[in-house]
Design a protein around this ligand. Structure first.
Ligand code: SAM
Length: 329
């Protein structure tokens, strides 16, 4: 759902700041107009697909190139034409729309390629954010490129990046983060999936739908342990945006603290595993799991250390985690 952030409700300082900004608005508008006037002088090839990012909540996050590409296009291929119609109307754009969703991507790709062959410009949008990132579009982009036509990205809002930007979870280390997408809905698959990400010494970004969030947080607690930090980024760029980072053990409580919290859209960022546990490779982990089926934590750790050369304290920590998981109901 698109909405414009209300910045005028504050009193004192924040209102003054908004008023000061308003006083200089004419300058900004002039600069905006100047940049808009220069846009037609940039490269806008015909027979090309323009992949356009759109706001993830706040309409004002549309950028000039996105607006111009959507205006200039002969047609806008949209995940949901009604949702995109609202966006286009908000910006006074009258370009016709054609449906391009998960269930018709192959046929939509052919229709788009036929238009590109006629020298048209086609824009591709999803309901919100960046197309082809956990959204339809990838197959269309692939088919268009395979057919030899140019694909031009118009970057902009993305929930992954917005959440990372404000999380404090990133660092100068490489890899800086890993984007895992949506957890599988089925319990066993989800637990295994979370287990693999929890082992990595890298912040992992996930999307989750509000009705599955509580279950996913419970599984994350079991797989990553209570001390691991998690960022919950809710309703990004919207009026009730909330971004919090807290230990995994407190995430469920935070969610239940206010009834409204379990609604809205969420990005989760799981802190990377501590270097020691991240150093445990998959083979050592498997061996440890097998040994724990018959041996005590101490004996399994000693034997696994001897067989794999992995430091004993790393294995011991992991053995405790595994034993803890096995004993949960
Ligand atoms: N392609 C989109 C992008 O680039 O942001 C993501 C589309 S994916 C189908 C939708 C998921 O993105 C939601 O379930 C949620 O996890 C996340 N998301 C989208 N908008 C969000 C927002 N405003 N705040 C928090 N999460 C958001």
């Amino acid at each position: 759902m698109l909405c414009v952030m209300n910045t005028s409700s504050g009193s004192d300082k924040s209102t003054r700041d908004v008023q000061t900004a308003s006083a200089t608005r004419t300058d900004v508008t002039a600069a905006w107009r100047q940049h808009a006037e220069q846009l037609p002088l940039q490269q806008w090839p015909t027979g090309a697909l323009y992949v356009v990012a759109t706001p993830i909540g706040n309409l004002a996050d549309m950028n000039l190139r996105a607006i111009y590409a959507l205006q200039l296009a002969d047609v806008v291929a949209a995940e949901d034409t009604r949702t995109s119609r609202t966006l286009l109307q908000a910006w006074g754009i009258e370009t016709p729309l054609l449906p391009a969703h998960r269930h018709n991507e192959a046929t939509a790709a052919q229709a788009i390629i036929a238009r590109l062959a006629q020298g048209q410009r086609v824009a591709l949008v999803s309901d919100a954010g960046t197309p082809a990132i956990s959204d339809p579009g990838a197959r269309i982009v692939h088919a268009v490129r395979a057919a030899g036509y140019r694909v031009i990205p118009i970057p902009g809002p993305s929930a992954v990046i917005a959440a990372l930007m404000a999380s404090g979870m990133t660092s100068d280390e490489n890899p800086a983060f890993l984007f895992a997408g949506f957890p599988p809905p089925k319990k066993h698959a989800r637990q295994q999936w979370l287990q693999q990400w929890c082992r990595l010494p890298v912040p992992v970004v996930m999307y989750e739908s509000p009705h599955r969030l509580e279950t996913t947080l419970r599984d994350l607690l079991a797989e990553c342990g209570p001390g691991r930090q998690v960022t919950l980024a809710r309703e990004l760029t919207k009026r009730f945006e909330e971004i919090t980072t807290l230990p995994m053990s407190e995430a469920g409580g935070w969610l239940r603290e206010h009834a409204h919290r379990s609604q809205g859209e969420f990005v989760l960022i799981v802190e990377g595993a501590p270097a020691a546990s991240g150093a445990l490779d998959a083979r050592a982990d498997e061996l440890l799991q097998a040994l724990l089926e018959t041996l005590s934590v101490k004996d399994a750790t000693r034997l696994a250390a001897r067989l794999t050369g992995t430091p004993r304290d790393v294995l011991y920590q992991r053995a405790l985690e595994l034993r803890g998981q096995a004993e949960e109901p």
